[in-house]
Design a protein around this ligand. Structure first.
Ligand SMILES: Cc1cc2nc3c(=O)[nH]c(=O)nc-3n(C[C@H](O)[C@H](O)[C@H](O)COP(=O)(O)OP(=O)(O)OC[C@H]3O[C@@H](n4cnc5c(N)ncnc54)[C@H](O)[C@@H]3O)c2cc1C
Length: 306
């Protein structure tokens, strides 16, 4: 029987690992399908405090990991397939067998939805981005596209006008899901153009990154090429919570519901931290902060049981 299992090795899971390991709780950390988490693909992280000269996402996460291992966190290359609780025992079916544990910290993240076209993956993190807050400042004076028609797309477009020369919102339907007030703000910006209803058919680029895109009109099928250096995809996130569906309550989009101000979920002994419970901010420093909270909540829970 494990005392603490942590699912996920992004900033949230590894921070929880550092804290629980330092508290002598001997955590077992399951790395899941993407060791290091989402930041691994980011070439430059400019907003993580403590690194004034910028650091690559891969190096930052390697440092998190070394710090957790220094205090004795045990890493295992496996993923939770299904989690249940019976009595006080949490059972995790993993691809390496069943693990039983007293507590579980879920830090499995939320993946930004990607453009479903073969030319997108080679440019992800090299011009195509799922995070305007993270990458907007790299596109000063350049032309960028924002793909999507919801509130996030409108907010991203407005945010990007601080840096970009021109922002073009590309949306596949005539209808925008975003709140009218957000749409209005964008309509009033002379830096924002609209291509509606168009879809991105192909990302164009070379070794330097993205150079443009081929767009297709949703009704007529007409295609055209546009020049741009960045493509911000704002079509939603998929929280990685399916394996925990029978264990904890989730909201309509699949994010784990945690009690406000804590990381406690609907199931005692199960804690959620990072993007998996954060539909709003999705930043590494917050994920790390949540990881710290989850470790402290876990320690308190175990202490009370003893
Ligand atoms: C391209 C890009 C650039 C970014 N740049 C920045 C930036 O500059 N600054 C910033 O603050 N934020 C940035 N972000 C956002 C930041 O990466 C996320 O907010 C942060 O990584 C969330 O951390 P997390 O630990 O909650 O989840 P993640 O980093 O998503 O980690 C999730 C972990 O869970 C594991 N996992 C998934 N499913 C399972 C399972 N079933 N069982 C076990 N483990 C599982 C995965 O393998 C992974 O290790 C960026 C994101 C992207 C995509």
């Amino acid at each position: 029987m494990e005392k603490v299992v942590i699912a996920g090795t992004g900033p949230a899971g590894l921070t929880a690992a550092i804290y629980t390991a330092r508290a002598n709780l001997n955590p077992l950390v399951l790395e899941g399908p993407a060791p290091g988490g989402q930041l691994i693909v980011s070439h430059e992280v400019e907003n993580y405090p403590g690194f004034p000269e910028t650091i690559s996402g891969a190096e930052l996460m390697q440092r998190f990991r070394e710090q957790a291992e220094r205090f004795g966190a045990r890493m295992q290359l496996s993923a939770v397939q299904k989690a249940t609780k019976s009595g006080s025992v949490i059972s995790l079916e993993t691809d390496h067998g069943v693990i039983e544990t007293e507590t579980l910290i879920v830090a499995t993240g939320a993946e930004a939805r990607r453009l479903p076209i073969p030319s997108e993956p080679p440019f992800y993190g090299k011009g195509v981005s799922g995070c305007a807050t993270c990458d907007g400042a790299f596109f000063r004076g350049q032309d960028v596209l924002v793909v999507g028609g919801g509130n996030t797309a409108m907010e991203d477009a407005m945010f990007l006008t601080k840096f970009a020369n021109k922002v073009t919102i590309v949306h596949r339907r005539d209808y925008l899901r975003a709140a009218p007030i957000e749409v209005e703000k964008c309509r009033n910006s002379d830096k924002i153009d609209w291509l509606i209803p168009w879809t991105v058919e192909e990302v164009l680029g070379d070794v330097s990154g993205v150079t443009g895109a081929i767009l297709k009109h949703s009704d007529t099928g007409e295609t055209k090429q546009v020049a741009c250096h960045g493509i911000f995809v704002a079509i939603g996130h998929d929280p990685k919570t399916e394996p925990f569906a029978d264990l904890v309550e989730r909201d309509e989009d699949g994010f784990i519901i945690a009690e406000a101000g804590t990381t406690r979920t609907s199931t005692p002994g199960v804690f959620a931290c990072g993007d998996v419970r954060d539909p709003q901010y999705k930043q590494a420093v917050l994920a790390a902060g949540h990881g710290c909270m989850a470790a402290i909540d876990t320690e308190k829970y175990l202490g009370q049981r003893e």
